[in-house]
Design a protein around this ligand. Structure first.
Ligand SMILES: Nc1ncnc2c1ncn2[C@@H]1O[C@H](COP(=O)(O)OP(=O)(O)OP(=O)(O)O)[C@@H](O)[C@H]1O
Length: 277
C-alpha cells in the first residue's frame, strides 16, 4: 500500500501558566492511499491535537515540539506558513467540527468557492462553478444553485457542514482530514454525509483521516483505527482486527462501553475509571 501521510514521533505541548503540558507523547501512524483511518479516544485524549498539529492549525499556546509528518515527500511540520497554505485546501482538505467557523458569514457561498480556487492560482470560470455545484449536489445539498447564491447564516447546521465538505473536496485533495465532521448533525444526516464523504474520498482513490468519538462511525466508514489514551496511541490496526480482538485493556473498555446490554454508552469519566494504566 502506498503511504500518503507518515507521522513519526509527534510531540505537541501547550505552554500554560502552570507550566508545559505535554498533550502528545511521540505518536506515530500512517495513512495509506485509498484508506480511511479513524482516530478514537475519550475527550481530552489528544485526537484534535493530532490532526491540528499535522496540518499546522494548532492554536497558541499549542506547539509541536518534535517529530515529523511527511506528505508527498515533504515534512509538513518543517514548512513555512506560506508553504503549508499552498498545500492546505489544494492537497489536503480539512473539515472542522463547527461548519460555521469555516464559512465566512459575509461572503456568498459561490464567492467562497471562487476564493479557494483563486488562493491557489486556479481559474474561476464556468467549469469550476459547475464542479462546485456538482459537489454540493453530491454531498446532498438541496437546490445547490440557490445555496451558491446565499450566505452561511441561511443554512441549517447539516447543510452548512455539507457545504464545508464540498469546499474541502473542491480542489480534489489527495488527503481529507476531518475533525468530528458530523457530531453536530442528527443521525440520519450523519450517515448520509459520511456515506458521501467516503464515496468522494476513499472510493475515488483519496485518503481520509477522521477524528470521532463514535466507534460506530469507525466500524462503518474506516479501514484502520488509532485508539488514543492520554496523548498516546495505545493500539492501532485494521478495524476488523481491533474491534473483534482488541489487545489493549483501554480498547477493551472503550468497546465494552458501547456494547453494554442496556445499550447505554458509558460516560468518558466512567470509561477512564474502568481502565487505569
Ligand atoms: N488550549 C489548551 N491549553 C492547555 N492544554 C490544552 C489546550 N488544548 C488542549 N490541551 C491539552 O491537550 C489535550 C488534548 O486535547 P484535544 O482537544 O486534542 O483532545 P480531544 O481528544 O480532541 O478531545 P475532544 O474529544 O473533547 O475534542 C487536553 O487534554 C489538554 O491536556
Amino acid at each position: 500500500m502506498t503511504t500518503r501521510l507518515q507521522v513519526r514521533d509527534l510531540v505537541t505541548e501547550f505552554d500554560t501558566r502552570g507550566g508545559t503540558v505535554r498533550a502528545l507523547h511521540g505518536i506515530s501512524f500512517e495513512v495509506g492511499q485509498s484508506e480511511a483511518v479513524g482516530i478514537v479516544g475519550e475527550s481530552g485524549s489528544g485526537k484534535s491535537t493530532v490532526v491540528r498539529s499535522v496540518i499546522k492549525l494548532l492554536m497558541p499556546p499549542g506547539r509541536v515540539a518534535g517529530g515529523s509528518a511527511v506528505f508527498s515527500g515533504q515534512d509538513l511540520l518543517q514548512l513555512r506558513e506560506r508553504d503549508i497554505r499552498s498545500i492546505r485546501g489544494k492537497e489536503i482538505g480539512f473539515i472542522a467540527q463547527n461548519p460555521f467557523s469555516a464559512l465566512n458569514p459575509v461572503v456568498r457561498i459561490e464567492k467562497q468557492f471562487a476564493n479557494i480556487a483563486k488562493a491557489h492560482g486556479l481559474p474561476v470560470d464556468g467549469a469550476s462553478r459547475e464542479h462546485a455545484l456538482q459537489l454540493l449536489a453530491a454531498t446532498g445539498v438541496n437546490e445547490p444553485q440557490r445555496v451558491m447564491h446565499g450566505y452561511a447564516h441561511e443554512l441549517s447546521g447539516g447543510m452548512a457542514q455539507r457545504v464545508v465538505i464540498a469546499m474541502a473536496l473542491f480542489l480534489n485533495p489527495r488527503l481529507v482530514i476531518a475533525d468530528e465532521p458530523t457530531t453536530a448533525l442528527d443521525l440520519t444526516v450523519q450517515r448520509q454525509v459520511l456515506d458521501t464523504l467516503r464515496r468522494l474520498t476513499v472510493d475515488s482513490g483519496r485518503s481520509m483521516l477522521i477524528v470521532t468519538h463514535d466507534l460506530g462511525v469507525v466500524a462503518e466508514y474506516c479501514d484502520r483505527v488509532l485508539v488514543m489514551y492520554q496523548g498516546e496511541i495505545v493500539e492501532q490496526g485494521e478495524v476488523s482486527q481491533v474491534f473483534v480482538d482488541p489487545q489493549h485493556p483501554y480498547t477493551v473498555s472503550l468497546l465494552n462501553s458501547v456494547v453494554r446490554p442496556e445499550g447505554d454508552a458509558a460516560p468518558a469519566a466512567e470509561l477512564s475509571e474502568s481502565w487505569r494504566p
